[in-house]
Design a protein. Structure first.
Length: 305
């Protein structure tokens, strides 16, 4: 659930630079120390595009309903406007879509999210030290309406334990459309034991990264994509309790890949591995459909200017 946790990043994401090196501690001692450093200015325009494909596997719910694959598409643009000091208004838009192969199961053949992005970023050079973000929009199969409207909120802050070596992330996520408890605590760590190795234990993409050169990153880790949506009204669906039901879709992945910095501002990332489980959880209706493991491939491009 990349946007759910970003969100996680992403971006969904969570807004943490993968090349995090400068500290973001906000106490007086660090403020004095960082005045002696030359910090890069924050990027103002942020662009991300991701495309993924998960190969077919059985969709199960007390037995197989047939083979299903998945096409994942994510597009996001953001712009920062300086407010005062290191605080920036972050505005933009995001579009996520998941297309699924047809089966005999009463699950949607696609889900999509169309949302604006509004928030505040506290910047420390080019890195985000703290943020608050709201994504108002429609999280739906097709129908746009009040039942498919949501405004997920994500907030977080980076704390420095040891400058240029160990960081802690703490935050929270809230979504009214999500089934179960609507507020989730978020936590993670960044450990940089040496110049060529980074441990990014952060959702939605926990990774261990090895950088043999300044432009090339080799990684192994996981990825969580998906979100919470409202399906369309369909009087013919069985069981009937899934008519216009809320669904949490999640895809849990593990894999390896490489990232390459085309320039200081544009990067490409290619990954492949195993989708451990895709899940349609109709939590409020008490129904869950899961797939068997299957291979996946992914391509991501990001740019910051």
């Amino acid at each position: 659930m990349k946007k759910l946790l970003c969100l996680l990043a992403c971006g969904g994401a969570i807004l943490i630079s993968p090349g995090l090196k400068a500290g973001t501690e906000m106490d007086a001692q660090t403020a004095v120390a960082t005045t002696e450093k030359t910090l890069e200015p924050p990027p103002l325009d942020l662009f991300k595009f991701e495309q993924g494909y998960v190969f077919e596997s059985d969709l199960n719910h007390g037995g197989s309903f047939g083979q299903q694959d998945e096409i994942q598409t994510e597009l996001e643009y953001g712009h920062r406007i300086r407010l005062q000091g290191d605080f920036y208004l972050h505005v933009g838009f995001a579009y996520d879509r998941y297309d699924f192969g047809s089966t005999a199961a009463p699950v949607p053949n696609h889900l999509q999210a169309i949302a604006g992005v509004v928030g505040i970023d506290y910047m420390h050079g080019k890195d985000v030290g703290a943020f608050f973000q709201v994504r108002p929009g429609f999280y739906t199969q097709n129908d746009l309406g009040i039942s498919s409207f949501d405004a997920p909120i994500t907030l977080g802050r980076i704390f420095v334990v040891r400058e240029d070596e160990f960081y802690i992330f703490l935050g929270a996520y809230a979504s009214f459309l999500r089934s179960g408890f609507p507020v989730l605590p978020l936590a993670g760590v960044v450990w940089i034991p040496c110049d060529k190795v980074r441990v990014m234990a952060l959702l939605p993409e926990p990774k261990i990264i090895y950088s043999p050169t300044k432009r090339l990153n080799l990684w192994a880790g996981g990825e969580l994509v998906g979100g919470s949506f409202r399906t369309d009204r369909n009087d013919g669906i069985r069981p009937g309790k899934l008519n216009g039901a809320q669904v949490d879709f999640s895809d849990y992945r593990a894999g390896v890949g490489l990232g390459y910095a085309v320039s200081g501002r544009v990067s490409l990332d290619v990954g492949a591995g195993i989708s451990i489980s895709r899940q349609f959880d109709f939590g409020r209706a008490g129904e869950t459909y899961r797939t068997d493991p299957s291979p996946y491939v992914r391509l991501k491009m990001s740019a910051q200017f």
